[in-house]
Write a protein that binds this ligand. Structure first.
Ligand code: HEM
Length: 174
């Protein structure tokens, strides 16, 4: 089974994302989303989220051509067709336990695990931002920008007093 925490987090993020994006506009919202999605520098995902990307990717119904060919073989051996969809793998290959911008290098080089992360390098607006974080001459601070975006997300629909609760278990009401 997918962990309740992951499903809860994923559901929460999907429900928050439109609200978050409404508070920004145009390329600002895409940049903000990119900064937050870079939270995928830590954590794991399940083969469940990989199946279409590996074996049934539109329009040709093969694999996602944006995946580096060596990485494709690696992913297919971890997540074989018709295999166990609950097997988990790192989202940020090679640096899954460290908060850093390695995920952005992976995204640029075709090593993104999640399709939503890979798409960040397809779109011109977000590709420019990925490249700027990786360019040492520009010196753009991914860490500082992430903090700004996560604080902003933390201000969405905040419930106070008896309107809300701080959960003991993240995926369930107390
Ligand atoms: C467009 C927005 C996003 C999409 C589509 C997305 C998608 C996903 C997916 C599919 C997973 C794997 C879930 C699983 O296999 O159980 C995941 C995991 C994760 N996401 Fe995102 N995400 C988004 C934004 C964010 C944001 C904004 C954050 C935090 C600020 C975040 C933090 C995480 C973390 C930490 C994990 C790993 C969870 C674990 O290890 O169990 N994601 N995300």
């Amino acid at each position: 089974m997918l962990s309740p925490l992951s499903l809860g987090l994923f559901g929460m993020l999907l429900s928050l994302t439109p609200t978050f994006l409404q508070s920004c506009s145009g390329s600002t919202s895409m940049t903000a989303l990119l900064r937050l999605a870079a939270a995928h520098t830590i954590g794991t995902t399940a083969c469940f989220f990989m199946t279409d990307r590996l074996y049934n990717f539109s329009p040709a119904r093969g694999s996602d051509p944006s995946i580096n060919p060596d990485f494709l073989l690696e992913l297919q051996s971890i997540c074989p067709q018709n295999g166990d969809v609950n097997v988990r793998l790192p989202i940020d290959r090679g640096s899954e336990q460290t908060f850093d911008k390695h995920i952005l290098e992976n995204i640029r080089n075709g090593f993104a695990v999640l399709e939503s992360d890979a798409k960040l390098y397809d779109d011109e607006t977000t590709r420019i931002v990925v490249d700027s974080y990786l360019n040492p001459i520009l010196g753009t601070s991914f860490e500082a920008d992430f903090v700004e975006s996560i604080v902003k997300m933390g201000q969405i629909d905040v419930k106070t007093g008896s309107n809300g609760e701080i959960r003991s278990v993240c995926s369930a009401f107390n």
